[in-house]
Write a protein that binds this ligand. Structure first.
Ligand code: SF4
Length: 282
C-alpha cells in the first residue's frame, strides 16, 4: 500500500486515511480486514437519516469490534431528504436522477475530507472488477482498493465477518444491499421484504409517492408501479413466485451452490445498480 508518486505525496499537510462505511457487508469487512494496518484511520458513515435500524445496530457492533468511533456524517446544508424533495416539487430520486446520493452521501463525505490530502479505502472485491466505487476528481484524494489488490472475493468477505463474530447485518435476510429504506435500487422482492419486516417504513415510503391529477404525472419509487399496487396481495404472491422461479433457475445454473445474492443479481435493474456508488451500497 503506497501513496508514492501521487499528488498527496507532495502535500505538506499530513495525509488522512479514511474508510467510508455504508453499513453493508463489503465495507464492514474491509474495516475488519484493515484493522491495525492503516495509520490513524478515520471511519465514517454518511447518514441520510433514512437508514434501517438494522444498519445502525450493525454499525454499533462494528464500532465495538474496531474499538474506534465511526463518525456519522450528515448533510451540512441544513437540507435533508425531505427538505430537498419539497424544493424539487416531489420529484423522487431515481437511478437516472440520483440527487439523494449527491446531497446526502457524496457532499458530506467531500466536505469531511475538505482539501486535506486523503487516502480513501474502498471495499470493492476482486470478483467485482466491473464496479468502480467512489470516484472523485479531487487530486488530493487517492483511492485504494485493498480487496481487489489482495484477491479478496465474496466468500472471503463472508469468512472475515464470520471470524470477527459480526456476521451479516440482519437486513440481509430480506434485502441484498445497504442504503435508505426507500432506496429505488431495491428490487420488487425487497420491497415486499420491507413491507413484511418494516410495515411502518413501507407506509412512509408509500407516502412519498404522489399522483398529480392535473398533469397525470406519477411520482413513484418504481417505474410503472406504485407501492400501493405492489402491496396488493395478488401482486405479492406473483412477486414471490417470480423470485422463486429465478432462485430455481439460479440453483440449476450454480449446481446447487447458488447464494441468495446470485438470485438478486438476476433481476433487470442490476445494470442500474452497477452505477450506484460505494458510499451507499458496499
Ligand atoms: S441508498 Fe439509495 S435512496 Fe439512499 S442515498 Fe443512496 S441511492 Fe439514494
Amino acid at each position: 500500500m503506497t501513496t508514492k508518486g501521487s499528488l498527496i505525496e507532495q502535500s505538506e499537510k499530513p495525509v488522512r486515511h479514511i474508510l467510508a462505511l455504508s453499513g453493508g457487508k463489503d465495507s464492514s469487512a474491509l474495516a475488519v480486514y484493515m484493522r491495525g494496518k492503516i495509520p490513524n484511520v478515520e471511519y465514517v458513515f454518511c447518514d441520510t437519516e433514512k437508514e434501517l435500524d438494522e444498519t445502525y445496530e450493525y454499525l454499533l457492533k462494528l464500532e465495538a469490534f474496531l474499538g474506534k468511533k465511526i463518525h456519522h456524517l450528515k448533510y451540512s446544508s441544513g437540507y435533508g431528504f425531505d427538505e430537498i424533495l419539497k424544493i424539487k416539487n416531489g420529484f423522487l430520486p431515481s437511478p437516472k436522477s440520483r440527487w439523494c446520493t449527491e446531497v446526502l452521501k457524496l457532499k458530506p463525505y467531500e466536505d469531511y475530507m475538505g482539501d486535506d490530502p486523503v487516502v480513501s479505502y474502498v471495499g470493492i472485491r476482486a470478483d467485482e472488477l466491473h464496479r468502480m466505487g467512489y470516484i472523485t476528481a479531487n487530486p488530493n484524494v487517492k483511492t485504494l482498493f485493498p480487496f481487489k489488490d489482495n484477491n479478496i472475493r465474496r466468500e472471503d468477505v463472508m469468512r472475515i465477518l464470520k471470524d470477527a463474530g459480526l456476521g451479516l447485518p440482519l437486513y440481509y435476510e430480506w434485502r441484498s444491499r445497504s442504503g435508505c429504506y426507500f432506496c429505488f435500487f431495491q428490487q420488487k422482492r425487497e420491497w415486499v421484504g420491507l413491507l413484511e419486516n418494516h410495515p411502518n417504513l413501507f407506509e412512509k415510503a408509500k407516502a412519498y409517492e404522489k399522483f398529480d391529477k392535473l398533469t397525470g404525472e406519477r411520482y413513484t419509487w418504481n417505474q410503472g408501479e406504485s407501492l400501493e399496487e405492489l402491496a396488493h396481495p395478488d401482486r405479492i404472491v406473483q412477486i414471490k413466485a417470480d423470485f422463486e422461479k429465478r432462485a430455481a433457475r439460479a440453483r440449476v445454473a450454480f449446481k446447487g451452490n447458488q447464494k441468495l445474492k446470485d438470485v438478486w443479481e438476476d433481476e433487470d435493474c442490476e445494470e442500474d445498480f452497477e452505477i450506484s456508488c460505494s458510499l451507499c451500497h458496499l
